[in-house]
Ligand binder design. Structure first.
Ligand SMILES: [Zn+2]
Ligand SMILES: [Zn+2]
Length: 481
């Protein structure tokens, strides 16, 4: 039996269902099952969405939790004056519950990027529960599938299905449990805190999400209603929206300094919104690193918190990739970008695509008025360039129909790198038996293409000073090859 059959009902904010699942566990390593799930019956997502059945596609319980309740909170806020201590507490509690998700659910449990002592685990499982985003177990399982199957159909919140889908749609609309990629969560099933939180999820959510903020504001400064409206309901809404941005915004906005094959991106705005989870391109490349931002000046309060907990003896075994590994990824991506840029430039017709000319033909054509000049065995048509030649018309004309290798390489004037580059765009043929070309052809015929550097697309890379026309210590100019 696949371990992912219960995705639909283990939706992000589905405490009622979760609490009814205590006895349904098949084994300690298998997630709980839905009694109602029948693998033979076609899932609703397998039937096309129509005007008559659309409501069956909607996960109504999630709609209530992530859309309905916030609207209720907004309406209640109109009638509830916001008091300063409640406002300050709501912001602080926003950060605490947000950290429960980023430092707890995400970096500790989904990625095991560090180890936490039991008190810290309890704290994170509690405040994380207060963010109302499902149990650790459910959240981390989907998140592991998201990393393993990023951007594919098995990714539970693939941004390829649209920004709104990755943000909310995946929770608002029912998902086919057969579709979500499988992941191993045996470590989470062995974690007592995770187990306890999963089994008591509804109690955790109600207490940490609503009752606790109400108690704090009520007992300490007498603002019971404000506590539940602002530090409870509206704070839940903001923390949910912020962390949902990791699935949407972080796959949509920003740069890809480590790998651009998938959607994750780095952006400071996403980082500001998500308590530092915005360096998501890095994170998808190095998921088990406890950091998301690797530079000291980048905003990653989640990383700072984990570091502080380490100093307090609450967190240990903080995992970190060596900067050597990180820089390799960065350099490779830069190389790739450079290759793409290089591919857009005109480097001249590749030598193996040029026609082979006999020396006598070359001389004849040049004599008959075609502005041909041979350098290092490559024939160039410089007719249109003669007038523009910086060294003067006479100079270039003196090379027509001759082997100008030595002249071009210092005999008369040692041409610049740019001149060699420019010359390459005028190539029209190669001389049979021509010097450099002959060496190059032999290497090619012997399958020794590797003597030349190639880019990621197999195109030859011409380094500065490495052009085929660049010849060190050329023989003296001769009228014939
Ligand atoms: Zn992601
Ligand atoms: Zn992650």
């Amino acid at each position: 039996m696949p371990s992912h059959q219960n995705v639909e009902t283990f939706a992000a904010v589905d405490p009622a269902y979760l609490s009814s699942q205590k006895s349904a566990a098949a084994s300690t390593s298998e997630p709980n099952r839905n009694h109602k799930y029948d693998p033979k019956k076609p899932h609703i997502t397998e039937t096309p969405l129509t005007r008559r059945n659309w409501y069956k596609h909607v996960n109504w319980l999630n709609v209530v939790f992530i859309i309905g309740i916030p609207i209720t909170g907004l309406i209640a806020a109109i009638y509830t004056p916001l008091r300063l201590p409640t406002a300050i507490f709501a912001v602080l509690y926003y950060f605490a519950t947000g950290l429960g998700i980023t430092a707890g659910y995400h970096r500790l449990w989904a990625h095991t990027s560090y180890s936490a002592s039991v008190p810290l685990k309890i704290f994170l499982a509690a405040v994380g529960g207060g963010a109302v985003e499902g149990s650790v177990r459910w959240w981390a399982r989907d998140h592991r599938a998201h990393h393993r199957y990023t951007d594919t159909d098995k990714d539970p919140y693939s941004v390829r299905k649209g920004l709104l889908y990755s943000h909310l749609g995946w929770m608002v609309m029912k998902q086919n449990p057969k579709r979500i990629g499988r992941t191993d969560i045996s470590d989470l099933n062995d974690d007592k805190v995770v187990q306890w939180q999963h089994k008591n999820y509804i109690k955790v959510v109600v207490f940490m999400g609503l009752i606790f903020p109400m108690l704090v504001a009520g007992l300490l400064w007498g603002d019971w209603v404000g506590g539940i409206v602002y530090a409870g309901i509206l704070r839940i809404f903001f923390v949910q929206q912020a962390t949902f941005c990791v699935n949407s915004l972080a796959h949509w906005l920003g740069d890809q300094p480590f790998d651009d094959r998938n959607s994750p991106r780095d952006h400071v705005i996403t980082a500001l919104v998500t308590l530092g989870e915005g360096y998501h391109n890095f994170h998808h490349e190095f998921p088990s690193d406890y950091r998301n931002a690797i530079e000291w000046h980048q905003y990653d309060p989640t990383k700072w918190s984990i570091w502080v907990w380490k100093q307090m003896g609450l967190a240990y075994d903080l995992k970190q990739f060596r900067s050597n590994e990180i820089e390799k990824g960065r350099v490779q991506q830069q190389q790739k970008k450079l290759d793409q840029k290089r591919a857009k430039l005109d480097w001249g017709v590749p030598l193996d695509s040029l026609p082979v000319m006999e020396w006598d033909d070359y001389v004849d054509q040049a004599k008959n008025g075609r502005g041909l000049v041979a350098v290092a065995g490559v024939v160039h048509d410089v007719t249109d360039f003669i007038a523009d030649h910086p060294g003067g018309k006479a100079m270039i004309k003196s090379g027509l129909g001759k082997d100008a290798t030595a002249m071009f390489n210092g005999g008369v004037y040692n041409h610049s790198n740019a001149a060699h580059n420019l010359l390459s765009t005028m190539r029209v043929g190669v001389i049979r038996g021509g010097m450099e070309v002959e060496i190059w052809k032999r290497a090619r015929d012997e399958g020794k293409d590797a003597v030349y550097v190639k880019d990621g697309n197999g195109t030859r890379v011409v380094r500065a000073g490495d052009q085929v026309t660049k010849v060190h210590d050329p023989p003296a100019s001769a009228g014939a090859a």
